[in-house]
Design a protein. Structure first.
Length: 441
């Protein structure tokens, strides 16, 4: 009788823990892009949505490009049409088209897209894995950030220039020729995770070896590193950053604006003699979750891709959100390419001011979201862990769980489901063990 009571109690606990997940799954409606805070028509914003897992999940999680015009979705492109697994960087081109970097399992596909017709103007396919960024040079060549490359089992991560006319690589810059093997703990299959390459004029390129916690300016003429922000393991400066942007202040001072991803913030650094001075920090209140892109707009605001909050926001220098859009699952990069309601151009070739130009240096919280937390129900367990002093597990929850949690489950629902399944598994093991003892006894 006592054993039966224990079984009933355990069964009831399992049902109670799993029931919220069952209800959430049965009632879930996949949600596409939708507005949050909108204070004015900000023009057109194009977002590269990475997507969730390999072509799996609901409509909400599929990789794509999303074009938002004001407060409405103008068009979407991709959605498994050409078989891309991930969408990464997207760049507006001078002719009005878009350059997109996408990946499949083991391949990289880079193409120019006509946004009016949603037709590809040209496509280049490379036998390289999971490339996050390529840039179109003024002469029509491509510069490509090639991560996860190997030669004879040794990491061969590099940046290379590809001539689309002759089908040749005309320049390569290998990281292992400039960094010791001990960097980031030694060679492995994802040694540098170089996630960005930007042509910044002359013979110079801005690179982002994410796993090295630094952004560097490489000179093609000398093959040397001209500037370096951060160093391996210096998490106070940068921690596994994405998509740095090179700005020049009105007085000519080099400045870097960086999505400091693992630190959940956006930072700006101004060159000072041979070092750097941090002039701006955005996100001091924990309202950003793994941001992976930040662009300074000509109006002085900053466009931030807040990846694991699944949104893009435009914030003022003091951190106030003036435009917010939720764009399906895991946005990677966003570009403002339209004009505002009053006709002020917010994209293109206009020079974007630095924080020093704006006289707005300092550290700021993010405020003004339509939702707090940004994803309702997502951060419950994380907030609880942080409230009891478990900052490490809280950070792990924020950065790891979204990649394994079903999109239809909230944070607490997911945690309850995991505990319920573990309890059911333990119960099953105990019952089998007891049944074996009875048979042997």
């Amino acid at each position: 009788m006592e054993r039966r009571t224990v079984r009933l109690v355990v069964a009831a606990l399992v049902v109670c823990l799993l029931a919220p997940g069952v209800v959430a799954f049965a009632t879930h409606e996949p949600t596409n892009a939708k507005p949050g805070t909108i204070t004015a028509d900000r023009g057109q914003t194009v977002v590269g949505v990475q997507g969730f897992h390999f072509r799996g999940g609901s409509e909400k999680t599929q990789a794509r490009l999303v074009s938002v015009d004001g407060d409405e979705v103008d068009w979407q492109y991709g959605e498994q049409t050409f078989g891309e697994t991930w969408f990464y960087d997207v760049d507006p081109l001078a002719n009005g088209n878009l350059l997109a970097t996408t990946a499949r399992d083991g391949d990289t596909v880079i193409f120019e897209l006509d946004p009016d017709t949603r037709e590809r103007v040209w496509t280049e396919r490379f036998d390289i894995e999971d490339t996050h960024d390529a840039d179109l040079l003024p002469n029509g060549d491509l510069v490509v950030a090639n991560m996860r490359a190997t030669t004879d089992g040794v990491p061969d991560d590099k940046v290379f220039i590809y001539n689309r006319t002759t089908d040749e690589r005309t320049w390569e810059w290998r990281f292992r020729e400039h960094y010791p093997e001990s960097t980031d703990g030694g060679y492995d299959a994802d040694w540098t995770h170089v996630n960005d390459v930007d042509y910044i004029g002359g013979d110079r390129f801005l690179l982002s070896p994410r796993n090295f916690d630094q952004a560097i300016v490489v000179n093609r003429s000398t093959d040397e590193i001209d500037m370096r922000l951060g160093s391996d393991g210096d998490y106070d400066t940068l921690h596994e950053q994405h998509n740095p942007d090179y700005l020049t202040s009105a007085d000519g001072t080099p400045t870097l604006l960086v999505a400091d991803s693992e630190n959940d913030r956006i930072v700006e650094y101004e060159r000072e003699d041979d070092g750097w001075n941090r002039t701006w920090t955005l996100g001091t209140n924990g309202k950003l979750n793994w941001p992976r892109d930040a662009d300074r707009l000509p109006n002085g605001n900053t466009l931030v891709t807040d990846s694991l909050n699944h949104r893009v926001i435009e914030v003022t220098p003091s951190g106030e959100i003036v435009w917010e859009y939720y764009v399906t699952w895991g946005p990677y990069d966003a570009e403002r390419v339209g004009a505002t309601e009053d006709g002020d151009w917010t994209g293109g070739s206009a020079r974007s001011p630095t924080i020093a130009d704006l006289d707005a240096t300092g550290s700021y919280a993010v405020s003004g979201s339509a939702n707090d937390p940004p994803i309702p129900g997502e951060s419950g367990p994380s907030a609880f862990l942080e409230s009891v002093g478990l900052d490490g597990p809280s950070s792990t929850w924020d950065h790891v769980v979204p990649w394994v949690k079903p999109v239809w489950a909230s944070g607490w629902t997911f945690l309850a489901g995991v505990v319920g399944l573990l309890l059911a598994l333990a119960w099953g093991v105990v019952e089998l063990w007891r049944r074996g003892e009875e048979l042997l006894g």
